[in-house]
Design a protein. Structure first.
Length: 92
């Protein structure tokens, strides 16, 4: 039983280590059109592209964090009401 618990704790650490070890180019889509357009544009366009990527990434990230937080807060809401209440004065 203790082995399973340790493996669940180690899984996120292993995933983090693997994601940090992969080269950045492996994570990119490497679209030829996007690459040539970004390489041929000026520094102002490259900065606009970077900020646009951040603007498109932040809302889905916040939505996922919000759903995870709500699920964490509500995880025991239905389990608390399942226990039957024994009226006072009745023998157990």
């Amino acid at each position: 039983m203790m082995m399973k618990r340790n493996s669940f704790r180690a899984a996120p650490l292993v995933a983090l280590a693997l994601s940090l070890c992969t080269p950045p180019l492996a994570m990119a889509q490497s679209c030829a059109l996007c690459y040539t357009q970004a390489a041929g544009s000026g520094s102002r366009m490259i900065q606009a592209l970077r900020s646009g990527i951040l603007i498109l990434v932040i809302p889905p990230m916040l939505i996922c964090v919000g759903i995870t937080w709500m699920a964490y807060k509500k995880r025991n809401q239905f389990n608390e009401d399942d226990s039957p209440e024994i009226p006072e004065g009745t023998p157990e």
